[in-house]
Design a protein around this ligand. Structure first.
Ligand SMILES: [Zn+2]
Length: 78
């Protein structure tokens, strides 16, 4: 079983990987467009995007998630 990656297709038939959550102010909402889906995914991997079963997160949003989790844990301790 392979997980289906969410891709955005443009009018030229090229594919890019979108950021699924867009919670960071520095969010990169959409990766670069490539003719090949594998290349679009490779680009995202090079940019340190995170791939999960829920979709992909850009690096900034992933950092934001980590900060949110850290904040939650700090709150629990108080
Ligand atoms: Zn993002």
């Amino acid at each position: 079983m392979s997980e289906e990656m969410p891709f955005i297709e443009n009018e030229k038939g090229e594919f890019a990987v979108p950021c699924q959550i867009k919670i960071s102010e520095n969010c990169v909402p959409l990766g670069k467009f490539f003719e090949d889906k594998a290349q679009a995914k490779e680009w995202a991997e090079d940019e340190c995007w995170i791939f999960t079963g829920e979709g992909c997160f850009c690096e900034s949003c992933h950092e934001q998630i980590m900060r949110n989790i850290a904040n939650l844990q700090t709150k629990k301790m108080n």
